[in-house]
Design a protein around this ligand. Structure first.
Ligand code: ASP
Length: 335
């Protein structure tokens, strides 16, 4: 007999547990896992991800595309604008032989009718094997993951984190400078609202680095992140002026002032062009250093700097493709 708490109906067995398609390696690290925050990685995990990313790079350079994820489907669910993250996930999936459901204009989806994030996620996982989610609310990826049986990859949750960007940033540093340990790394710009620097500072705290934070006083790195980094024993220094630290910097990571996060437009106007990297600024930097930026850039790096071989931001975008190929292959049990 059915009672209030014990309904007699049971869905057919085949719908109750995770579907493990033939050929998936269940023992593969990260198989079926969500990627929500850089806090979930150990240094060994990072080494492994970068090895796989490196192999992806070799394969793309050699054969372009291959069928590792043939038959797999990615749902790309973006509630905020994106150029690089959205298109590199699509390219990553397609270069691995998989396909994509692109939902980049949520206003044309049922979100406009008031559908909640958990319902949208549970809908998409009925069709796809993995969901990439970008959302304006901090914590949204974790919320989605609470409801999802398929892996959720956080592609930016408001001012929270952007873990796949931080992984590609670190991969860029490794590939360009050979190692991360021993480097002096300067994060500059909007450290308060910039989610990429939140993830990157946390990830870098797993290495033996010295961190410098250069920002206007209104846009300092959140205390909570500085405390986490301090617990890892990493020296951190705050500055308002870049010149104090530029001559000793090995990696200068510049960020955009995040206009969309300001409640008072007057405050944005005060800080929006506080720093501009020009060839004159680069002349005071080390010969062997790299200039990075997650893009889009607005005012912070002048286009004349693009020809400088130390400007690594366009190469950084390409490294992102390989890291995202590695992550997709890993969560889908093929790496
Ligand atoms: N594209 C990066 C992000 O989504 C950086 C930025 O928007 O400034 O966080």
């Amino acid at each position: 007999m059915a009672t209030r708490n014990q309904p007699s109906y049971r869905p057919p067995q085949r719908y109750q547990s995770r579907h493990l398609p033939f050929g998936d390696r269940r023992d593969a690290p990260f198989y079926g896992k969500h990627i929500l925050s850089v806090k979930q990685f150990s240094r060994d995990d990072l080494t492994y991800i970068f090895e796989v990313a490196h192999e992806m790079r070799e394969m793309v350079l050699r054969v372009g595309s291959f069928d590792l994820l043939k038959g797999k489907i990615l749902a790309n669910l973006f509630y905020e604008p994106s150029t690089r993250t959205a298109s590199s996930f699509i390219a990553a999936m397609q270069r691995l032989g998989g396909s994509v459901i692109p939902i980049h204009e949520v206003r044309y989806s049922s979100v406009t009718k008031g559908e909640s994030l958990p319902d949208t996620v549970r809908t998409l996982e009925a069709y796809a094997d993995v969901i990439v989610l970008r959302h304006p609310q901090k914590g949204s990826a974790e919320l989605a993951a609470r409801y999802a049986r398929k892996p959720i990859i956080n592609a930016g949750d408001g001012t929270g984190e952007h873990p796949t960007q931080a992984l590609l940033d670190l991969f860029t540093i490794r590939e360009e400078l050979g190692q991360v340990d021993g480097l002096t790394i300067t994060l500059l710009g909007d450290l308060k609202y910039g989610r990429t620097v939140h993830s990157l500072a946390r990830l870098l705290s797993m290495y033996r680095v010295e961190l410098h934070y250069v920002s206007p006083p209104q846009l300092r790195m959140p205390r909570e992140i500085m405390e986490e980094v301090a617990q890892a024993g990493i020296p951190q220094h705050e500055h308002t002026y870049l010149d104090e630290v530029l001559p000793i910097t090995d990696v200068l990571y510049v960020t955009r002032v995040q206009k969309e996060r300001f409640s008072d437009p007057a405050v944005y106007e005060q800080v929006k062009d506080f720093y501009v990297i020009t060839p004159e600024v680069m002349a005071r930097a080390k010969d062997r250093m790299i200039l990075m930026h997650p893009f889009p850039r607005v005012y912070e790096i002048s286009e004349e700097v693009d020809a400088d071989p130390r400007a690594a931001y366009f190469r950084q975008m390409e490294y992102g493709l390989y890291v995202r190929m590695a992550l997709l292959a890993m969560v889908l049990g093929k790496a």
